[in-house]
Design a protein around this ligand. Structure first.
Ligand code: ADE
Ligand code: ZN
Length: 331
């Protein structure tokens, strides 16, 4: 099964590029930029990645990204991830990035965009990988700030495949960002949002109704609301589920308790993703393997999940067809 899952052409729809920063690169960049880290070694950093909830992770996640200063750093971060993902059979990556977290440290959007754009072109050229870019707003910051960032991003609107909504979910409902997402809609930008990770099913409804999102990131708590589940099924809404993330952030206690089988049983369209692979103990292949170990799924189910990711990806019709053909050839 490992060889099969490795060979499966996997599309990743839910990844925070800053969450792909492995401790090894974190130390290298800390030295490059003379940034002090709160860890004495790579091992100590990894040992600190023991989370009790989303917020306890976010604290280390924002601290970790303090080593990212120049366009070269962002390029190296993304290429480091693309190479690892490519080696695991990932053929398409959609990456969220958090401009506000960088602006707050004095790193301009221009720097982030230059580095990520360079890496995207290189991944396409050298690895044959396609990528998409999702500019995420931090929901625990004011909506006015998100709106300013969206306007400041004018030179880059063409380079964005979507806007997203992430960071601390509880107490920060999607409706807080209605105007920002309305503006994104007018700009012709597709929208996604994290909802129903730690937050209630109501946040999933709000993301759909008030923000007009085309996909829900996580969404696992929808199961608490049968009417919502029926709606998600009828509308074919895709959930970008991140099983290892959910275990590490204690959304569920262990893989065996993960609601993925119930989501599939309910007829929902789900995909498997890594979220923040450097912090949650594994990339795409590890997430696929963890599902095999926990649920004993057949090859057909993994082909279905990989197919759903291709269907829901922000790619051209031509690229989607090529990915579907690659999947059919591997299965
Ligand atoms: N930012 C990075 N990872 C996240 C997650 N799992 N949930 C919300 N915001 C995030
Ligand atoms: Zn996420």
């Amino acid at each position: 099964m490992r060889a099969f899952l490795e060979g499966l052409p996997k599309a990743e729809l839910h990844l925070h590029i800053e969450g792909s920063l492995e401790p090894e690169l974190m130390f290298e960049l800390a030295e490059r930029n003379r940034v002090r880290l709160p860890y004495a070694s790579v091992e100590e950093a990894r040992a600190a990645y023991d989370f009790s909830d989303l917020q306890s992770f976010l604290d280390l996640y924002y601290r970790g990204m303090s080593v990212l200063r120049s366009a070269e750093d962002f390029h190296d971060l993304a290429m480091d991830y693309f190479r690892r993902a490519h080696a695991e059979g990932v053929v398409h990556v959609e990456m969220h990035f958090d401009p506000q977290a960088h602006l707050a440290r004095g790193v301009d959007l221009e720097v982030v965009m230059e580095g990520l754009s360079l890496a995207r072109r290189q991944a396409e050229r050298e690895l044959g990988m396609s990528t998409a870019l999702i500019m995420a707003f931090l929901r625990d910051r004011p909506a006015e700030e998100a709106m300013r960032v969206l306007e400041c991003a004018a030179p880059y609107w063409e380079m964005l495949d979507a806007v997203g909504l992430d960071s601390a979910e509880r107490g920060n409902p999607p409706e807080k960002f209605v105007e920002v997402f309305q503006r994104a809609r007018l700009l012709g930008l597709p929208r996604v949002a994290h909802a129903g990770e730690e937050g209630p099913p109501e946040y999933i409804r709000q993301a759909l109704d008030r923000l007009g999102v085309c996909r829900i990131d996580h969404g696992v708590r929808c199961l608490e609301d049968p009417a919502l589940v029926a709606r998600l099924r009828e509308e074919g809404v895709v959930l970008t589920v991140c099983p290892l993330s959910n275990v590490r952030l204690r959304v569920v206690e262990r893989m065996a308790d993960h609601p993925l089988p119930q989501l599939l049983e309910a007829g929902l369209r789900v995909t498997l993703n890594s979220d923040d692979p450097a912090y949650f103990g594994g990339g795409m292949l590890d997430n696929y393997l963890a599902c095999f170990e926990a649920f004993g799924w057949s090859e057909e189910i993994f082909v279905q999940l990989a197919g759903t990711a291709i269907e829901a990806a922000f790619v051209s019709d031509e690229r989607r067809l090529a990915l579907h053909r690659q999947l059919a050839a591997s299965a």
